[in-house]
Design a protein. Structure first.
Length: 166
């Protein structure tokens, strides 16, 4: 080919800013649908994983809280047990002391000596002793006359209604 007019459409170097024509490519609808479905599945999977993590964290929290509550109950029961054991020990010691005092003071001659010397008591003679038969009824029974203890309310009823409940 012979160039008749040596005039070109570009003067100078056009390598820095080349003019390009872009041809739009045909989009593949199937690939696009597959990619969108994969993205949806990935998002759903991510949400499921996050939900599982949240549920497991909540379960751990509940289990931990339950353990703490049980330990506090155990501590309270242990404290009560310790207090009851201390109380039992003190009562046992007091009981032993009372038994010891009873053994010391249980002798009749010691009691008689203490009564005569410290309390200035005297042994009664046979004339001063009183014998009581506890088999028979020694108490008089008192009968209350209902007419005398009619009561304030009954007197008001009687006066207002005009009759007596006797």
């Amino acid at each position: 080919m012979i160039v008749a007019n040596k005039q070109y459409s570009t003067n100078g170097n056009a390598a820095l800013v080349p003019e390009r024509k872009y041809i739009p490519e045909k989009k593949d609808l199937k690939n696009e649908q597959i990619q969108s479905e994969e993205l949806k599945k990935a998002k759903q999977h991510k949400k499921r994983v996050q939900a599982k993590i949240i549920v497991s964290i909540f379960a751990m929290f509940v289990i931990g809280l339950t353990i703490v509550v049980r330990y506090s109950d155990i501590y309270v029961m242990q404290r009560q047990l310790t207090l009851e054991q201390e109380n039992l020990n003190s009562l046992t010691k007091e009981n032993e002391d009372m038994k010891l005092d009873l053994m010391r003071q249980g002798n009749l001659k010691d009691i008689e000596k203490q009564a005569t010397e410290d309390l200035h008591m005297v042994l009664p003679s046979k004339d001063q002793a009183i014998h009581v038969d506890l088999g028979k009824n020694n108490f008089n029974t008192v009968q209350v006359n209902k007419d005398q203890n009619d009561g304030f309310i009954n007197t008001i009823k009687e006066k207002l209604l005009g009759y007596s409940e006797k």
